[in-house]
Write a protein that binds this ligand. Sequence first.
Ligand code: NDP
Length: 234
Amino acid sequence: MGRSVLVTGGNRGIGLAIARSFAEAGDSVAVTHRGSGAPDGLFGVRCDVTSTEDVDAAFTAVEEHQGPVEVLVSNAGITRDGLLMRMGEDAFTEVVDANLTAAYRVAKRASAKMVRARSGRMVFVSSVVGLLGSAGQVNYAASKSGLVGLARSIARELGGRGITANVVAPGFVRTDMTAELPEKRQQEILGQVPLGRLAEAEEVAGVVRFLASEHAGYITGAVVPVDGGLGMGH
Ligand code: NDP
């Protein structure tokens, strides 16, 4: 029988590719959305991950629909780029809230049921820039590297209960987020990627699914790059 999977921000982009990949494997998959509704064939729950109340209500709805969450994929994320000297504090805290504090919210909400079941999988979608840094993305890079400390601490706290927590660090993936980048910036990025192309969302999804699979039962606290070689050595 399939597992109960929840993907935050699974209504589009990388999250949707992840959700579809689990669904194709026969799992019951729920996605959060902020009003767009659920894509065909997936169970949708309305949820802004910056709201603890929304997160709690979303989990309750998912539990009623398909049972306690056994695989949590914390994927929702935003950018609000700007150079440090011009970045307002609201731009910093807003990005950290959506990308990092939200991961704490969903992991905490998922953990009680996982501990009771003595099993569970958590995967956090970070970014290559969390480890490399990125000019103009102090807020985003800080939030994404924060996920590494968060996941590794969960791995230590809950490993004894059969729960794994891992991080996927994509490079540049073809989605709405990268489509916003100016053409010149896209060419600069491609020049630094040994594989010489952007990733497809499905390539990130495959790695997330592997980390949630039986084959990855002895992998926890890992940071797995899916970046075409961009971050090699970090
Ligand atoms: P998109 O911009 O295409 O999608 C972002 C998703 O996050 C949407 O589903 C969006 O929901 C959701 N989201 C944003 N804020 C919130 C919120 N407050 N509450 C609930 N959902 C929210 O991004 P990608 O698919 O490209 O990125 C997905 C993840 O992968 C992000 O964490 C991103 O940082 C990371 N990543 C992306 C890379 C890339 O090259 N694209 C590279 C490395 C990492 P809604 O539709 O309602 O806006």
